[in-house]
Design a protein around this ligand. Structure first.
Ligand code: PMV
Length: 325
């Protein structure tokens, strides 16, 4: 057994297909340059400890046999459940000490929980020297997230593991890397933390009350996903932007946009973006805009003028990796 390992996984942005992907439709997700890093040590005492300053967890400690019991802070739940799920199929080290750091705020909606889950499981596989495939890792991490969160397509987990830009279908039925260039993307944070679970619940209610309408929206979003896929392969950013705006119209119909997000999208368009939309569940978090290079700073200034914060990122980044053993 190794005694220490450090692994890292990228954050993500949803480019097309959010919400529809919860209902068996495809989406497109890209991984970003911001990363979460996790160091795991095996120790002799039967204790789990965690330092996670990125989610305000300091000096957290409990015995291994009490994992997943009692009050667990949100920032710790995914790690404890991941260890528990791993322990059901493989022997875990006697004691486990974990620390995490991140180059991005958990408030942005870049997928810090899924990156943490994936890194925890991968760390355990590395420490115990048990070989694992990306797909096996996806299955375990997806199970972990469903245990903690109850609902979700798993797109964020796939992005953390596989990286790059991928076409993804619910539950990992399709995970396909898309050959595309660096996306000329601008990211604006709304300053409001979205609650993905609540947004999924809201949309579920809509689906129950108006199934025909919502299913029509999802079918239209699926078409946008495939059309934009083609444009992304051809680096036709103008059309990619247009499709983002079309996708946003449907997200608006689903009721997941907010005044703040709309303000950021509207000024981006006025400043010359090809297109803009929310990224993820809505209700807050970030918008993304695609713009011609000469309009880039105008669009950024416009987003800031309505109170958005520009988050500089690059897309199409490398997935889960070992940093040091
Ligand atoms: O809010 P985010 O960035 O976690 O994105 C959620 C996307 C949904 O499609 C609404 C949910 C999911 O798991 O696919």
């Amino acid at each position: 057994m190794n005694t220490t390992v450090t692994v890292s996984a990228p954050g993500k942005l949803m480019l097309f297909g959010e919400h529809a992907v919860v209902y068996n439709h495809p989406c497109i997700v890209t991984s970003v340059s911001e990363r979460l890093t996790l160091t795991m040590k095996q120790t002799k005492e039967h204790i789990f400890t965690l330092e996670a300053p990125n989610v305000n967890i300091h000096g957290y400690s409990k015995t291994i046999d009490t994992l997943c019991t009692g009050e667990i802070p949100r920032g710790v739940q995914f790690i404890e459940h991941a260890i528990k799920i791993f322990s059901k199929i493989h022997a875990i080290p006697q004691g486990i000490s974990v620390s995490t750091t991140s180059t991005f705020s958990p408030l942005y909606g870049f997928g810090s929980s899924s990156a943490t889950t994936v890194c925890t499981l991968f760390g355990l596989f590395q420490l115990t020297k048990i070989p694992v495939t990306q797909k096996e890792l996806f299955t375990l991490a997806y199970k972990t997230v469903l245990d903690v969160q109850g609902k979700g397509s798993g797109f964020d987990i796939a992005s953390a593991i596989y990286g790059k830009t991928i076409l993804f279908k619910t539950g990992g039925e399709i995970i396909e890397s898309i050959e595309t260039q660096q996306l000329p993307l601008i990211v604006g944070y709304s300053g409001v933390k979205a609650d993905t679970k609540t947004m999924i619940e809201e949309v579920k209610k809509k689906m129950e009350s108006y199934p025909d309408k919502v299913n029509r929206i999802y079918t239209a979003i699926e078409q946008i996903v495939f059309q934009s896929l083609k444009c992304m392969k051809e680096s036709d950013w103008e059309r990619v932007g247009k499709f983002m705006s079309f996708n946003q119209e449907y997200l608006r119909d689903l009721g997941v946009s907010t005044e703040k997000l709309e303000a950021m999208i509207s000024v981006s368009m006025k400043a010359g973006a090809y297109g803009a939309k929310i990224s993820g569940a809505g209700g807050g978090d970030c918008i993304i805009a695609v713009s011609p290079p000469e309009k880039h700073s105008d669009v950024e200034n416009a987003i800031e003028s309505v109170g958005g914060k520009i988050i500089p990122i690059t897309t199409n980044e490398v997935g889960l990796r070992i940093e040091t053993v």
